[in-house]
Ligand binder design. Sequence first.
Ligand SMILES: NC(=O)C1=CN([C@@H]2O[C@H](COP(=O)(O)OP(=O)(O)OC[C@H]3O[C@@H](n4cnc5c(N)ncnc54)[C@H](OP(=O)(O)O)[C@@H]3O)[C@@H](O)[C@H]2O)C=CC1
Ligand SMILES: O=C([O-])CC(=O)C(=O)O
Length: 262
Amino acid sequence: MKKYSLAIVGCGKLAHIVADAINNGLLEDYKLIGAYSRTREKAIAIAEKVNPETCAVCGSMDELLALKADYIVETASPASLKEFAFDALKRGSNIVTLSIGAFTDKDFYEKVQVVAREHNSKIYLASGAIGGFDVLRTAALMGNCTATFDTEKGPNSLKGTSVYEDTLQTEKKQVFKGDAIEAINLFPTRVNVAVAASLASVGPEKMKVSMTSTPGFVGDDHRIEIKNDQVHAVIDVYSSTAQIAGWSVVNVLRNITSPIVF
Ligand SMILES: NC(=O)C1=CN([C@@H]2O[C@H](COP(=O)(O)OP(=O)(O)OC[C@H]3O[C@@H](n4cnc5c(N)ncnc54)[C@H](OP(=O)(O)O)[C@@H]3O)[C@@H](O)[C@H]2O)C=CC1
Ligand SMILES: O=C([O-])CC(=O)C(=O)O
């Protein structure tokens, strides 16, 4: 049975979910051939977990790209996706990404599509901590569509952002209201989901995004609502951790090689 080669960029928490899935036999059509993270020890941890003899610990992005893996899983950041996407696609590697926020850069979004077409490679947007891309895309195709994206988080997960203040520990507050571009600019690694939902429907400028901080709230609740003349759909995903996003990468990889495609 043919195995596709796989490489991982960004060896943090979500990368470990993909590595565990390989070890647990959920990705039998793939073999991990490389891992790269700016902190070498993190790439070593992934390689050692899966198979240090067949998984190269790459010292740079270029080293990883030179492997020309069939699929590159990106679990790093929107900035990293921008850094390697063109080179990867030109070498024929397909990309499975969670850092969908990168695509609010219109120029980047258009150019990756051109380069992917030219080189017969693809970018797969993992559903991450949300879902329902199918209904969002279908309802948007029908036309005359509006959409909203409302996220609820606990104050601790907002620490380190410009909206954090100690009063959030005791008071519920809407800490952000705007479009998906403004959202990802303010929270570069926290609302990739809002950009993903917008790309699947009304586009980043038209997606009305809000974020509410609730004292003591654990995890994230993402509620997407889409309406057109005939359809009203609500996709509401609560998750106590971000692990669902790593699992969604596993799901994409399984779907790619499955004879039944969802
Ligand atoms: N779409 C979605 O639903 C979700 C998307 N995400 C996205 O997934 C990413 C990963 O999440 P998670 O695993 O929880 O985060 P972690 O911080 O645990 O892991 C990210 C890893 O990527 C490495 N990294 C960061 N930038 C680069 C770079 N330029 N090149 C190589 N490695 C890099 C970091 O370590 P080091 O730099 O030390 O190597 C870190 O180990 C998030 O940043 C976010 O963009 C996350 C959750 C949900
Ligand atoms: O984990 C989440 O709920 C969403 C997230 O980080 C992202 O979209 O970047």
